[in-house]
Design a protein around this ligand. Structure first.
Ligand code: SF4
Ligand code: SF4
Length: 78
């Protein structure tokens, strides 16, 4: 039987830590293959992504597509 322990041990991605780490571009929302991300308004009406942990398959496409994080990685912030 195939060992899937690594898949099961992966954690739900932390898509952003605080609002400074997200510009609300919706790229993560668009790329999620299972529709686990929804964009929810904060108290001022700005949309930020939220992951439904029951749907997430931990593929991390949302992290890889986030240009904000890629930019931070290039700058060695991440
Ligand atoms: S792709 Fe990154 S910057 Fe864009 S909404 Fe998602 S977390 Fe925010
Ligand atoms: S890890 Fe994959 S399934 Fe989970 S929210 Fe991100 S893109 Fe969607």
């Amino acid at each position: 039987m195939k060992n899937v322990s690594n898949i099961n041990n992966k954690s739900i991605p932390e898509i952003y830590k605080n609002k400074e780490n997200c510009c609300g571009c919706t790229a993560c929302y668009s790329i999620c293959p299972v529709g686990a991300i929804s964009m929810k308004p904060d108290s001022e009406g700005f949309l930020y992504p939220s992951i439904d942990e029951r749907k997430c398959i931990k593929c991390y496409k949302c992290l890889s597509v986030c240009s904000f994080k890629i930019d931070q990685k290039l700058k060695k912030y991440l």
